[in-house]
Unconditional design. Structure first.
Length: 170
């Protein structure tokens, strides 16, 4: 291998950490709405950091060692986020409410760089409409989580019928 395993471990962990921070700073939208531009950036990003991870080592063993280190660092970070909710929240951020009580939070949309049209399209992919949800939250992983409005039950229908009967008899 072109560089020592210890050097490769330090380089790989450093690049991993830097990418986690950069993706966190880029925002949840990058994960939620991966468009063709974002895909190109991610593909180029992997190519750009390749040499930082493996150095001038093009061997199979060096590549496998780098991959193993990446998986190990990721496992440690994920386990740390799981064991410490505070660390996990600091690492991933919190959920962002985009729609609640019949109103779109325009400020939250601007902050997350999601247009109203993208919000509506994301709901349609889930088989929902904006008028049919109580709340829409953008999760730290980038997923839209919508809470549908409750559907009326038989008790609601009977109560409405009683109300109509009382109005008619009055």
């Amino acid at each position: 291998m072109g560089i020592s395993p210890a050097d490769k471990a330090v380089r790989t962990a450093g690049v991993y950490g830097a990418l986690v921070v950069l993706l966190h700073l880029a925002g949840k939208r990058q994960l939620a709405q991966l468009n063709s531009f974002d895909l190109v950036v991610l593909l180029l990003l992997s190519n750009v950091v390749q040499n930082a991870v493996i150095g001038n080592d093009n061997s199979l063993a060096g590549g496998l060692l780098g991959a193993a280190i990446l998986l190990a660092v990721n496992a440690v970070l994920v386990r740390g986020a799981f064991m410490s909710p505070r660390f996990g929240k600091a690492l991933q951020g919190g959920a962002t409410t985009l729609f609640e009580d019949g109103r779109v939070d325009e400020r939250a949309l601007r902050r997350t760089a999601i247009t109203r049209e993208e919000l509506v399209a994301g709901l349609r992919r889930q088989g929902l409409e904006l008028a049919g949800v109580e709340r829409v939250v953008l999760e730290p992983e980038g997923a839209l989580n919508a809470t549908p409005k409750p559907k009326p039950g038989i008790e609601d229908v009977l109560a409405k019928l009683d109300a109509i009967e009382q109005r008619l008899s009055a």
